[in-house]
Design a protein around this ligand. Structure first.
Ligand code: RIB
Ligand code: CA
Length: 322
């Protein structure tokens, strides 16, 4: 039975890989893709999503979402945000892990007229079957819908969130980007009452992807597999220079790990039901505070402390063979 999925993205390089994995795997029925600001401003994350849809010759609808979060940066303390640490290719050119616009043809088909948050309200109010929502960018779109009508949670099978951090952070010394970018939205979603599985940096960094995978994808030699290989090689270049993982020549491919979990839950290891709260102020703003004590209350999140690199690489590569 195919699993109905709505994917919420801030299309950057790993979001693109999540869209491709969800579209190409037969276990997933990709109902819709919602876009949000994050890795880049909304106009770029939305256009990149449309371009990936055309690369795949897919026909899922795209709903454009929020261009800013609940609390804009203007009032947030100016934290020591991780600068987009620069990395350089062999020719000495500066490279960014999320290019503004993908080097793909401008999208011909545009997004739907309905904004993403209204799509959530409309779809979740009327759908006959529960749906899984996979959020791999800031959680603003769904948080807005939940503010308007919290009862929509009854038709949500599970929310899988790429976000959060226990021992490994990125955007600041205490936070991961998707949660940091809109912490109020994240706190609201984490307490909406749905089953929540969180795939934090602790899991994505241990489920690392190596050049073996990009080589395999180039052997498959389709437009999508070649583009995915390019994205992986770019990410490996940046990770090696700016955020090295336990294995040199590897990258965290955060977002598609959430899709891989829907295909084979064993791709996440050491998953514990914990209380997770989001810090909303001060230097820890955006931190996911994970309660690991034996005795604790309000266990609201299945938090994955590790990932399985071999299992993930197999699930990802197989999708492109089909
Ligand atoms: O911190 C990693 C997350 O932030 C990933 O989803 C990446 O695409 C960015 O959105
Ligand atoms: Ca993302």
């Amino acid at each position: 039975m195919k699993r109905k999925v709505i994917l919420d993205v801030d299309t950057g390089s790993d979001d693109a890989c999540a869209i491709m994995l969800a579209e190409l795997r037969k276990e997933i029925d990709l109902v819709a893709v919602c876009t949000v600001k994050g890795n880049q401003p909304l106009k770029y994350t939305n256009e990149n999503t449309l371009r990936i849809r055309e690369l795949l010759k897919a026909d899922f609808p795209v709903y454009k979402g929020c261009a800013d979060g609940f609390v804009s940066y203007l009032v947030k303390p100016r934290l020591q945000r991780a600068k987009n640490v620069d990395a350089y290719d062999e020719q000495g050119n500066k490279v960014h892990i999320h290019t503004k616009l993908f080097d793909l043809p401008k999208a011909k088909r545009k997004e739907e007229d309905m904004p993403a948050s209204l799509f959530y309200l409309d779809y979740l109010k009327h759908c006959k079957e529960k749906v899984t929502i996979v959020m791999v960018g800031p959680l603003t779109n769904l948080a807005v819908a939940l503010l308007i009508d919290p009862s929509i949670v009854k038709n949500i099978e599970e929310i899988v969130i790429m976000g959060g951090a226990h021992n490994i952070t990125n955007v600041s010394s205490s936070a991961e980007f998707n949660i940091y970018d809109d912490p109020e939205a994240a706190q609201r979603v984490l307490h909406c009452g749905a089953k929540i599985t969180m795939v934090p940096l602790d899991a994505t960094h241990t489920a690392y992807i190596t050049k073996e995978t990009s080589k395999e994808l180039r052997k498959i030699d389709t437009p999508a597999s070649r583009f995915a290989a390019d994205l992986i090689d770019l990410r490996i270049l940046v990770h090696d220079q700016a955020q090295p993982l336990e294995v040199k020549g590897s990258c965290a491919l955060h977002d598609p790990l959430c899709i891989a979990y829907l295909i084979d839950p064993k791709v996440l290891k050491d998953v514990r039901l914990c209380n997770v709260e989001v810090s909303l102020s001060g230097f820890t703003i955006g931190q996911t505070i994970v309660d690991n004590r034996f005795y604790q209350e309000d266990r609201n999140v299945y938090f994955a402390f590790k990932g399985d690199p071999k299992r993930f690489a197999k699930i990802f590569t197989e999708a492109f063979r089909s």
